[in-house]
Design a protein around this ligand. Structure first.
Ligand code: NAP
Length: 258
């Protein structure tokens, strides 16, 4: 029988931004379905408990820690709790993020700028730096930050775009320097995805946002949470064992057109 190259049995995945109807929790479910033990983090504990319960009800193994990625000490503690619970650290999906105020205006709003930087950029840095020593000691690991189409073309507000653009350079830098320690670093850059971020509870942005975006994309569809999860699964698995320093757009082709 052929070996399942996407099998993650024995692997441990640490996931930020896993409390919502979003890319983090959706991917956690897919990684767990493929055998990984998943450790979920975010700020809202009740939502984290619900996600853990759903994964366990489906036969997976999951733990969680409350953690604000903007606070280095909380990320350090969450990574330590994951290793304490599951004994190792193989995969980091760094999905915690906020859009900030959406505007094309050239506004100077230092509070919004700092808030978006502290979560989208500092948060990824914190997780990578606290996860790296565990992976280096094991001699293997995969780090997968979630970027955005905003890293590839002009899209979204300036503070958001600046953070995602910075990640576009961090991915190959870390890939080059962590590669000799057996660690691969690849990102995904989603287009518009129907999640709590773009379609929050109590709203319906389908007509206004999602249908027009799908009509513009070459594949005439927006990617889904599941499409993002499948890309992460591939990058996390042995199928991508010789791929590092790359950012894969998951967007129906939207980023390559104006
Ligand atoms: P989402 O459903 O709003 O999820 C965001 C997650 O991040 C939540 O679980 C939230 O949980 C967590 N989070 C926010 N601030 C945090 C903080 N300070 N510390 C820890 N966790 C925090 O949005 P999503 O669409 O899945 O977004 C996930 C990632 O994809 C983001 O990086 C986003 O920029 C990126 N992305 C999304 C889209 C899209 O169209 N949806 C497109 C491109 C890129 P708590 O509030 O409980 O902390």
């Amino acid at each position: 029988m052929a070996k399942d190259i996407l099998d993650l049995t024995g692997k441990v995945a640490f996931i930020t931004g896993a409390s919502s109807r979003g890319i983090g929790s959706g991917t956690a479910k897919v990684l767990a379905e493929h055998g990984a033990k998943v450790f979920l983090t975010a700020r809202r504990e009740e939502q984290l408990k619900e996600q853990v319960a759903a994964i366990e009800a489906a036969g997976g193994e999951a733990g969680y820690a409350v953690c604000d990625v903007a606070v280095a000490e909380q990320v350090e503690a969450a990574v330590a709790a994951c290793v304490e619970r599951f004994g190792r650290l193989d995969i980091m999906l760094l999905s915690a993020g906020i859009s900030g105020d959406y505007t094309d205006d050239i506004d100077f709003d230092l509070e919004d700028w700092r808030n978006v930087q502290s979560i989208n950029l500092d948060g990824v840095y914190h997780a990578m730096m606290y996860g790296y020593p565990h992976m280096a000691e094991q001699g293997e690991g995969v780090i997968i930050p979630v970027l955005s189409m905003a890293a590839l073309k002009v899209s979204g507000a300036l503070p958001y775009t600046a953070t995602k653009g910075a990640l576009l350079r961090m991915v190959p830098w870390c890939a080059k320097n962590m590669g000799p320690h057996g660690i691969r670093v690849n990102g995904i850059a989603p287009g518009l995805i129907d999640t709590d971020m773009t379609n929050p509870p109590g709203w319906d942005t389908t007509e206004m946002l999602h249908i027009p975006a799908a009509q513009k994309a070459p594949l005439r569809r927006c990617a889904s949470i599941e499409d993002c999860a499948n890309a992460v699964l591939f990058l996390a698995s042995d199928a991508a064992r010789c791929i590092t320093g790359q950012v894969i757009a998951v967007d129906g082709g939207e980023a390559m057109i104006e």
